[in-house]
Design a binder for this molecule. Structure first.
Ligand code: CUA
Length: 152
């Protein structure tokens, strides 16, 4: 019936909008896929196997997980190294004060709040070197808080 056709048409439009919004964030070969948060006690970071040893881990053919700690006034690991053509889910937390995890020249820019794990999935299509900076004032060394992200 015509009603069914309209219904399906409307569904296609809605899905189209969602896809557009999701992939509208593409910039410099980097696309943000997901953005969510979980909680963690700052005092338990050392005991959390993900953050006790900040690193990038391969979890699938082209899938990686990066456990990043932002703290006064460094990012760990540094540099963060990921292969091009990969999808990387970042888990970022802070043991001390509020920082941000921002990849220069991209729209990756998330607040890093003690007690919370900022999570985002990013696609890296092209090789390149990016600066990682903190955009939240976090103390006297805030302006020196920099790291590097290498897409190799
Ligand atoms: Cu860390 Cu500003």
């Amino acid at each position: 019936t015509y009603e069914k056709v309209w219904l399906i048409g409307a569904m296609v439009l809605i899905v189209g909008f969602i896809v557009t919004i999701t992939y509208g964030s593409v910039g410099l070969g980097i696309a943000m896929v997901d953005d969510s948060e979980e909680t963690i006690e700052p005092s338990e970071l050392d005991e959390d196997e993900r953050f006790a040893d900040p690193r990038v881990e391969q979890v699938g053919e082209n899938e990686y997980e990066a456990y990043v700690v932002a703290q006064t006034f460094i990012f760990q690991p540094d540099p963060i190294e990921v292969p091009s053509g990969s999808e990387v889910t970042f888990y970022v937390t802070s043991p001390d004060v509020i920082h941000s995890f921002s990849i220069v020249g991209t729209n990756v820019n998330t607040m890093v709040i003690p007690g919370e794990v900022a999570t985002m999935t990013v696609e890296f299509d092209e090789a390149g070197e990016y600066g990682v900076v903190c955009n939240e004032y976090c103390g006297s060394g805030h302006h020196t808080m920099e790291g590097e992200l290498h897409v190799v």
